[in-house]
Design a protein around this ligand. Structure first.
Ligand code: PMP
Length: 362
């Protein structure tokens, strides 16, 4: 089998052990004679899979008991509509949602939310380049906002929050953690809602994980489709409709793998090591450039540029020849991007750093 390191931003690399276990169990899950894909979602076999996945996720993130874990569909972009449809009804209409515009993904969240509420962009970087998180002192928050939305890791721009905002009154914070959930410790109790598409740090596309504080459930607007009404989904233990069963199964295997690695704290340590190795190589002598302010640099998604962009194709071809895949940057920003999710081993980052050094003629 060809050995590669896959730096894709998502869908992305999964732990080899998870894929091996899934392969071994593909035709016959635990002596049931069935593939997980073939099981009734309400049968005892699948019930045990989803319940174990929820227990493990709660343990990994230390989710307080007054939070519900929902296994949904619709992806990160789906949540851009689902969140306002579930939360703006808590306030007199028209409600206002505060946003921090820190990159492409929060930008998409802002555009979608305008369909459901007034939007206040409380902070956006001056000059329009998404290279930092504006300091909290500069934010213009609304006193009675329905919620404050942040994207805690901007996958395209490579900008990551390294603090939890403080809010006034009872304004809940909603965080899109799609591209860094489970990569670092997080105090769930500081957030009203955390959501993440699974296809980066958790498992296959098709599954969205939502953690929501109980008091925020039960306020859906009448226009909210029933399958996205957190109350209905929560009351049905994520079985209001057929959930993405196979994606939940793989997510569960990933949670088990994370526990075996030592949990989120151990992964965070490894992720710091990986990111440090890569940024040091990028910063060495100006041959490469990462444009994000150091304090806001993402550990998960590292965009970078070659000083001489006419070498881009040559760089990518050389990387591919070494099995270093999917390093091309997002089309909206160009350049390169290396994603270093939990399943990317340190050896993968070392191989990339060796190549960066060689290509730069160091
Ligand atoms: N938010 C973030 C931070 C993302 O990285 C992505 C996907 N790259 C999305 C939202 C959108 O997710 P989906 O494609 O699952 O709708």
């Amino acid at each position: 089998m060809t050995h590669v390191f896959n730096f894709s931003a998502g869908p992305a690399v999964l732990p080899k052990e998870v894929l091996e276990q899934a392969a071994a169990e593909m035709l016959d899950w635990h002596g049931s004679g069935m593939s997980v894909m073939e099981m009734s979602h309400r049968g005892p076999e699948f019930m045990s899979i989803i319940e174990q996945a929820e227990r493990d996720l709660r343990e990994l993130l230390d989710v307080p008991p007054n939070y519900r874990v929902l296994f949904l569909q619709g992806g990160g972009l789906g949540e851009n509509a689902i969140v306002p449809m579930n939360l703006v009804g808590r306030k007199p209409q028209p409600a206002t949602i505060d946003f921090v515009h820190s990159g492409s993904w929060s930008g998409k969240s802002i555009a979608e939310a305008r369909r459901y509420a007034n939007v206040n962009v409380a902070a956006a970087p001056s000059g329009g380049a998404f290279t930092h998180i504006p300091p909290q002192e500069s934010w213009q928050l609304t006193p009675d906002a329905a919620y404050l939305h942040i994207c805690t890791n901007e996958t395209i721009d490579g900008v990551e929050f390294n603090f939890v905002p403080t809010v006034q009154g009872d304004t809940p914070i909603v965080a899109d953690m799609s591209s860094h959930i489970l990569s670092r410790r997080v105090d769930v109790s500081k957030y009203g809602v955390i959501y993440a598409g699974a296809q980066k740090n958790i498992g296959p596309a098709g599954l969205t994980i939502v953690l929501v504080r109980e008091d925020l459930i039960g306020h859906a607007l009448p226009i909210c489709p029933s399958i996205f009404d957190w109350k209905l989904v929560s009351d049905a233990n994520s079985m209001f409709n057929t959930p993405p069963t196979y994606s939940i199964y793989i997510a569960g295997l990933t949670f088990q793998w994370l526990k075996k690695q030592g949990g989120v704290a151990a992964l965070e340590k490894r992720n710091i090591e990986k990111a440090t190795l890569l940024y040091e190589a990028l910063d060495a002598d100006g041959f490469y450039q990462n444009r994000v302010e150091r304090s806001c640099r993402s550990r998960m998604n590292v965009p970078f540029f070659l000083r001489d962009e006419s070498l881009n194709e040559q760089f990518l071809a050389g990387a591919k020849a070494r099995g270093l895949l999917q390093l091309k940057g997002h089309k909206s920003v160009g350049g390169m991007r290396a994603s270093l999710y939990n399943a990317m081993p340190v050896e993968g980052v070392r191989a990339l750093v060796d190549y960066l050094n060689e290509f730069a003629g160091r």
